[in-house]
Write a protein that binds this ligand. Structure first.
Ligand code: MLT
Length: 403
């Protein structure tokens, strides 16, 4: 199993500015030091020169969250969030070790430049160290027939099966960053009916239909039981799966979701949105939704994510989205199901989730006998995409602790 080891660095006085604390410029330096430190424990800092290239940081984004002072120790967690031919993207978080406060998060796009000053392939040993497999999610999208629909899914790795269920109006790739960090597990990320690359029938959308699709998909993949890791609407589907096929669920991760049904106001908003996508197409709801899905800071500092979301929404079909909106509008109340959930459950809440407040998620976790809540700082409704490093770490810790 390959995962990028964390590193701890102490803050020195000369890392600090005239006000005596680490400022954003110094933070960029510390992020860089952490990357080199990671290489020391891996393929060596000469991995680039050995392979006839050097790394150029083409883009650096920094989200600065809290202070750090001389004497503090910072833990840096790294995750490879994109691996192309000649460039890769690393997300890094820095936490103060004494109180686990998130000090900063950065995203770095690094290009390998060859001797002729042109981009060259990323050295294979570096790719291996990062846990990158040529058959990553992008490479192994496959289609299987599920209840009469061509269903797209990405699969990766061996081990305990973990199924990632996306939310609305998204597709399987919303989990990609987290999925890429979870080496050592058999990761299965499908597009639900009507989303992404899966067939979008004209009708036949309900939480029951999505849940039966998932159960059938597990049959097709010969998976008897899986950990289900569900985001928002994926959680509504998972409650239905638990109602119908509890024996298929080995453990649960519920991210930014709720057990309660839509109230009258929300049902009316669903109808208005159905009218909008039917009239103007899927892309017409992107501008309304993105500010609700992400925090203002994510919107300002993660332009790649914002573009990706917009593209994801634009590519959906109006039928698929209208069907999902009606299914969400008509879904049953799952609150009474919570005390009967018999598997370990991790509830992951974005601290700034504007769609499902943390308080609602705390209450939900409290009603599940073996449930616990983890709050992800600096994340809105899409914690797995806004904070993939932290989300991936919490999921890994949960999976590793399963009996
Ligand atoms: C989602 O992210 O799946 C949606 O926000 C869920 C909802 O609209 O209730």
């Amino acid at each position: 199993m390959t995962s990028i080891p964390s590193v701890e660095l102490g803050v020195y006085p000369d890392d600090c500015d005239a006000f005596g604390h680490v400022n954003p410029a110094a933070m960029l330096r510390l992020f860089e030091r952490a990357r080199w430190d990671v290489l020391i424990s891996g393929p060596g800092t000469d991995v680039f020169t050995r392979n006839g290239c050097w790394p150029a940081v083409r883009k650096a984004t920094l989200d600065f969250r809290a202070e750090a002072f001389p004497g503090d120790r910072l833990r840096f967690d790294l995750a490879l969030t994109h691996h192309g031919h000649s460039s890769f993207t690393v997300r890094e978080t820095a936490h103060r070790t004494h109180d686990e406060a998130l000090v900063a998060e950065g995203e770095f796009v690094i290009v390998c430049i060859g001797e002729d000053h042109r981009p060259v392939a990323i050295p294979a040993e570096l790719s291996r160290f990062f846990g990158h497999r040529p058959s990553t999610l992008r490479g192994v999208t496959q289609y299987v027939a599920v209840r009469g629909l061509a269903t797209a899914l990405d699969t990766q790795g061996e081990g305990l099966p973990v199924v990632f269920v996306h939310g609305f109006p998204l597709d399987r790739t919303i989990w990609r960053y987290v999925v890429n960090t979870l080496t050592g597990y058999r990761r299965i990320a499908p597009d639900l009916r009507g989303f992404g690359l899966t067939d979008a029938p004209l009708d036949g959308y309900s939480m029951g239909a999505y849940a039966e699709d998932l159960a059938k998909l597990l049959d097709v993949l010969k998976v008897r039981e899986a950990v289900v890791c569900a985001l928002s609407m994926g959680g509504y589907v998972t409650f239905e799966l638990l109602r119908r096929h509890p024996e298929r669920v080995r453990a649960l991760i519920l991210a930014d979701t709720r057990a309660g049904p839509d109230d009258a106001e929300r049902r009316e908003a669903r109808d208005a949105m159905i009218a909008k996508v039917t009239r103007n197409g899927a892309g017409s709801i992107a501008d309304d939704l993105i500010p609700k899905l992400l925090t203002p800071t994510s919107i300002a500092t993660l332009p790649g994510l914002v573009n990706r979301l917009r593209e994801m929404i634009n590519k959906q079909t109006a039928d698929g989205l209208a069907g999902a909106l009606a299914a969400m509008r008509d879904r049953p109340d799952s609150t009474s199901l919570l005390p009967s959930i018999a598997v370990p459950t991790l509830v992951l809440a974005g601290a700034e989730d504007g769609i499902v407040p943390v308080a609602a998620q705390r209450a939900m976790a409290g009603q599940i006998p073996d449930g616990r809540l983890a709050v992800i700082p600096a994340a809105g409704h899409l914690a797995p995409a806004e904070q993939p490093v932290n989300t991936g770490r919490l999921i890994r810790e949960f999976l590793e602790a399963l009996p």
